[in-house]
Design a protein around this ligand. Sequence first.
Ligand code: TA6
Length: 319
Amino acid sequence: MIYTVTLNTAIDRIVHIKGELTRKHNNKMNDISYDIGGKATHVSVVLSSLSINNIATGFVGASNKSVLINQLEKKDVTCEFIEQEGSSTRESLILIDESGKGSYMITDKGFTIKDESFEKLIYKLQTSVKKNDIVVFAGSPPAGIDVEKYKIILETVQTQKGKIIVDAAGDYLKAAVELKPTMIKPNEFEFQELVGKKLTTLDSYALEIQKLLNSGIEYVVISLGQKGSLVGHQKTIYRVTPPEVKEVNDTGCGDVFVGGVTAKLSQNSKLDEIFRFATALGASKATKQSSSDFSLEQAAELEKEVKIEIIGSDKYVVL
Ligand code: TA6
């Protein structure tokens, strides 16, 4: 079984704006829509679209939980969230204008998790996760889940011999790295913060990635937005380059990418299959208006244009 854990679920309010967003100007809306948010929720959407069994858990605010859960259930996601009574699920505001320069994302901090909710999550993981299950943690933890509690959550999965995939930042990512998870997926800024260095060349990234691989992490993946990703596995580091697409909304691309990797890892796919598929899925997401939509058919076509190069070689290699 695959579990996705969104500690701070969100409802994305996506606002499309006429023209270019301008200060001190009455910017007019083209349209407004709502979608799922919170990161690991996106992973569940990908898995369910592929009919891969998974359960979406974590925390949801009780007062408006149906808004999020209805959206997820429409996408065939099985939800088993722990309700935080007396709280509401936060909103993330996604602003997209017609400049084609990318979206603005403004996220609310969300609810403060009470200790009883934290204990419920620990119990759920202790009684559900079995050996070799995959558990995906993605998104910023809410108040009430400090780094110590976050570590306890990850350690609970580890005790159950589950495989851990983490998309986190700052001290949370540092705590995760200490536990040698199956995969980490920071972006370039989060990775530089992790290693405490400004990295400006592929070779400097490769050196830091290799150190983390040597420490026992199976996959070290760094997302680079439209530029694709760097993937470290065993003794080799790859640069994965996506095809050009007409970007409509870049929100959720990284999360859908993690969903694609998770899906293929669960099927024991080879590295190039994993990252061709995940990269194509992320590229497909970029062409959609929402935070979580993609097309498997479009991704199947885009996969053919994904390039995978071994860093240090002078040419792209077909793996
Ligand atoms: O990556 C996209 C997204 O999941 C949005 O849907 C929005 O909800 C935001 O990220 C939440 O990110 P955070 O790091 O605050 O959990």
